[in-house]
Write a protein that binds this ligand. Structure first.
Ligand SMILES: NC(=O)C1=CN([C@@H]2O[C@H](COP(=O)(O)OP(=O)(O)OC[C@H]3O[C@@H](n4cnc5c(N)ncnc54)[C@H](OP(=O)(O)O)[C@@H]3O)[C@@H](O)[C@H]2O)C=CC1
Ligand SMILES: O=C([O-])CC(=O)C(=O)O
Length: 265
């Protein structure tokens, strides 16, 4: 199966590394915003038969395009690929918080007669939540807790001195839509939980910078006709990006590899 990968940062490089164990998956195109000597070297090492490009060439027909770049890549690369009939796997789920984006992707997938898969990424339990939603959900609360370093370069910096925090600070409370728009590199999970459950405007989100944790701690509390659910996931961050949990990489590789087999779970 030939695939195109969009993004070659912390997630992209780890995905390429793991895919070396899957001989039926062939990364043929790696789409990046800037082609640098370091990237050329990394791709030559991790996926020697892949081309490093700024956009998917017109004559490329991958079976799958896998996005692990950032919110801007959804309009720039995912939407046109869907229109061309290329199935897409998306990690930057928070991009769907931009008004009109979900509808635009839906229309693009309809034009191309193909599908978009949103990965569960750094969280689990999304299957249970979306099944529970069919019976009716009363409340879903998501909280994301990360070490202070993971919030560098975000609006959290305006409200507190991250480097000298002595105790946990709630840096955001609001809807999943607001969280995903304000924290595009840290609150994709908030959007995922919301899209599976009560929606972007009815899911309560709290984000914490916490010097007492050394993992990215995701917590979901949900109740409804099904009963109730509580899930805590302590995700080990990637060394190359403390904002991102390693589980995101495994979730993406799982989504790719499942397409080469006969079982879907
Ligand atoms: N669903 C989930 O659970 C999670 C989702 N994510 C999503 O995955 C994204 C990537 O994470 P991570 O790999 O850790 O981040 P990194 O910053 O390490 O890497 C992102 C890479 O993508 C490139 N990039 C950014 N925008 C584009 C674009 N429009 N087209 C092509 N390349 C682009 C960047 O290049 P440059 O620097 O040159 O712009 C960079 O090399 C996050 O921004 C987030 O949206 C992350 C964690 C969890
Ligand atoms: O990787 C994580 O732990 C979560 C994350 O960054 C996000 O939700 O965007």
């Amino acid at each position: 199966m030939e695939i195109a990968l969009v993004g070659c940062g912390a997630i992209g490089r780890s995905v390429l590394t793991l895919l070396q164990q899957h001989p039926h998956v062939h990364p043929k195109w790696v789409v990046v915003s800037r082609i640098t000597p370091q990237l050329l070297e990394a791709v030559a090492d991790l996926a020697p038969s892949a081309q490093l490009v700024h956009a998917l060439p017109d004559d490329a027909h991958p079976a799958l395009l896998v996005e692990c770049a950032g919110h801007s890549a959804i309009a720039q690369h995912v939407r046109p690929a869907l229109e061309r009939g290329i199935a897409c796997v998306v990690a930057s789920v928070g991009a769907l918080s931009t008004p009109g984006m979900a509808q635009a992707l839906e229309a693009a997938a309809a034009t191309g007669n193909t599908q978009i898969q949103l990965v569960s990424g750094a969280i689990g339990g999304v299957d249970a939540l979306s099944a529970a939603q069919l019976g009716g959900l009363d409340q879903v609360i998501y909280s994301g807790r990360k070490p202070p370093l993971a919030w560098v370069g975000t609006p959290a910096e305006a409200g507190c001195e991250l480097a000298s925090l002595r105790e946990a600070v709630c840096i955001f409370e609001g809807t999943a839509r607001e969280a995903a728009l304000r924290y595009p590199k840290n609150a994709n999970v908030a959007a995922t939980v919301a899209l599976a459950g009560l929606g972007l405007d009815h899911t309560t989100v709290r984000l914490f910078a916490d010097p007492a944790v050394d993992t990215n701690v995701h917590h979901i509390q949900a109740k409804g006709a099904f009963g109730c659910m509580e899930l805590t996931l302590q995700g080990r961050p990637l060394a190359a990006n403390p904002k991102t949990s390693a589980l995101t990489v495994y979730s993406i590789v799982r989504a790719i590899v499942q397409r080469t087999g006969r079982w879907v779970m």
